[in-house]
Every structure is written in C-alpha cells, then in structure tokens.
Write a protein that binds this ligand. Structure first.
Ligand code: PMP
Length: 366
C-alpha cells in the first residue's frame, strides 16, 4: 500500500474471486461458470461487433435493454445493463443504502455484499441463517433496512418461494429489497413479474451462468423505472460506456437463442440430480440446491482438506474459510464428464467404490 492511498479505503478487504488457473488443465468446478460454450449466435454477433471497435458503444444500451425487456415482459425503462451483475449490485448499494437506510443480508451469502457495504461505509447487519441454512422470511418482515437476498442463496443453493419474497417486499414499503437472481434459471421462480406491482423491488440477473457468458461481463437490473433511473445516474457518473460493443452484441445474440439456454439449464439440472445422488451414496450431506452448484460436507473429511485433495487430483472446487461453513465445499455442476471426474476423485479420496455404474464414456461431455 502506498502512503498516498486514501485513509478511507485503508481497511478495505477486497472480494476474493475463485481461482482462474493458467497453465495446468483443471476440471474447473470452483466459480459456477457454465461448462457449455456461448451460443453460436452470441459468438457471431460479438465477432461482427469487433469490426466496429473504432466507435464508442451505445451508452444507453438501447437494443439490449429492449431485448431484455421483451424477454422478461417489462418495459425498456425498467431495465439497466451493467458490466456483470456485480456492477448493478454495487450501484444498488450506493443508491439505496445510507445512514437512514442501513443494509441487511444473511450471515452466509454472496461475499461481495459485505465488501460493497464496507466500500461505501454503510451501516450493515447480518441476519443469521437457520441451523439448516434456510432463510426465515419472517426475519426480514418490516426490517427497517435495505434488504439484499440472493435467491437461490449462495453458497447454500437454497431457494425462497416467490410468495415468501413477495411478503418480504410488501412488508418493507419504505425500503428497497434487492433480489439477486444470479442462479434463478436452474430451478427457481423469478420475481421479475413482481417489479410491476412493487416500487421497492429490484431484481438483478446475470449472463454469466445460464447464458455461458461469464467472460463477457454482462449483468442487468429490473425494477420500477424510478429505481432504474436512480441506478442510471450512478452508472453515468461512473462510466456511461460500462458495456463494450462486443458484449452488447453477444447479449443480443444469446437472447435470440433462448432454446439453447433452456436446453443447457436442463442439462445442468439433470447433472445436478445425478451428482447429488451419487455423492449421497458416498456419505456426503448436501443442501437441496436449486442452483448450478452443490453445497456439500462429509462426516469423515474436513472441507478444506477435501478441497485440497481434489485440487491434487486436478479438480477445483470452492472452499470458504467462514467458520459456520468450514466443513462444506461449493461444487459447480459441470458437464456429465466433469461430474464423473469429480465422483471418481471423491471415491478415490474417501477410499470408497465409485458411486455410479453409469460413468460417461471417456472424452464425452454431454
Ligand atoms: N450474485 C451472486 C450470488 C454470485 O454468486 C455472483 C457470481 N460470483 C454474482 C452475483 C456476480 O456475477 P456476475 O458479476 O458475473 O454477473
């Protein structure tokens, strides 16, 4: 740290992203990316946009907002597009939290929420999850604070019903409720339709998971147009060209290929059920994940040790140091081949037989 670094940021502990290995080829199940390539339509559109990079991109992101509005059944002024959903979440913390509007989120959730709260020096409170890691909606009724919930939650994968979220939103009319739907396409019901009914609901989403575009950095927020206008003030005061032209084009491409996205989600859901069942046979304890990852612990192996042992075998998963979940690992659901590689490695580490007689043929990645 230099002596010039502003006093106000000296204590800031940045978010630690999962490892992106270079060199050695790992089976990468640590950052919840999609195992499937981007849509052909996304790739073709991005390549075409690359030929016009001498121009600035459209700062209003007009076409992509219109396409998202159409996809989600809202109007374009209810949509903001951002550089990953991390960016819209950052803007939401800036826009809707202050001394009068402290922010609350679960004690176990996406780690960036606490970083944003610290970055903007916001008063915040963490509400403990229940023993089984579930969220009790009643904990958030009339919270007197801005509420941020990931649904499904990460890294637990547990889902709240749309009805439970509606109760939370309805009981907090004086505060914004942010629902982070990064993983909603893997089995949950989106609350985007409720944004037309409640002026205090902001839903965030990402193209990083179900739409196979983590590398493009594309996220979005959907809410009442007045909320979106607030966020847009911050966007345009930070970087009006927050999305590059290739990403915008790729986003339009994949939205024109929703069948591809839906098919990939179905494959992930199938692979999740297959992997969870086999892991249970190995003795793992798992939450009922509605996301593209499993959250698992084993009575005979520590979370950290298992993560390290898998790494030795060329498989990356994510272990979090937080005491309440130290026994667990978050394991991204990959292709069927990835899942089989994981199961074989786990069986070898635990000294147990491979828990499936249905291994995919080597080299295939259905
Ligand atoms: N929310 C949650 C719950 C996440 O796990 C992630 C991914 N790390 C994000 C938001 C941000 O994703 P992105 O910025 O790639 O859209």
């Amino acid at each position: 740290m230099s002596r010039f670094f502003s006093e106000k940021f000296r204590g800031l502990v940045p978010y630690t992203p999962g490892e992106q290995p270079r060199g050695r080829a790992f089976v990468k199940l640590n950052t919840n990316e999609s195992p499937f390539p981007p849509s052909e339509k996304a790739m073709a559109a991005a390549a075409e946009a690359a030929g016009r990079l001498e121009l600035y991109p459209d700062p209003a992101c007009t076409s992509l907002r219109a396409a998202l509005a159409e996809t989600y059944g809202v109007t374009p002024d209810a949509v903001i597009c951002t550089n990953g959903s991390d960016e819209v979440l950052n803007f939401a913390f800036m826009a809707f939290c202050d001394e009068r509007h402290p922010v609350v989120f679960p004690d176990i959730t996406y780690g960036f929420y606490e970083v944003f709260a610290a970055l903007h020096r916001l008063p915040f409170r963490k509400i403990p999850l229940a023993e089984d890691f579930s969220i009790d909606p009643a904990d958030y009724f009339g919270a007197g604070a801005t509420i941020v919930l990931a649904n499904p939650n990460a890294p637990t994968g547990l889902l709240l019903s749309a009805a439970a979220i509606e109760e939370i939103v309805a009981s907090n009319p004086g505060h914004v409720v942010v629902i982070d739907e990064a993983y909603i396409d893997f089995g949950g019901e989106s609350v985007v339709p409720l944004t037309k009914k409640y002026k205090n609901l902001l839903v965030t989403g990402t193209f990083s998971k179900s739409r196979s575009m983590a590398g493009a950095r594309l996220g979005f927020g959907i809410g009442d147009p007045a909320l979106i206008a607030d966020l847009d003030i911050l966007r345009c005061s930070t970087n009006p060209y927050n999305l590059n032209a290739m990403t915008m084009a790729a986003g339009l491409g994949v939205l024109a290929d929703e069948d591809y996205t839906r098919r990939n989600c179905r494959r992930i859901i199938e692979n999740r059920a297959y992997t969870a069942e086999a892991m249970k046979k190995l003795g793992f304890v798992l939450t009922d994940s509605a996301a593209n990852f499993l959250f698992a612990s084993h009575p005979a192996a520590g979370g950290g040790e298992l993560c390290a042992a898998l790494r030795e075998k060329g498989i990356l998963v994510r272990h979090f140091d937080s005491p309440r979940i130290a026994a667990y690992n978050r394991i991204t659901i990959g292709s069927r081949g990835d899942c089989d590689a994981l199961l074989c490695a786990l069986a070898a580490i635990l000294g147990r037989p491979v828990p499936t007689d249905n291994l995919s043929p080597k080299g295939t990645t259905p």
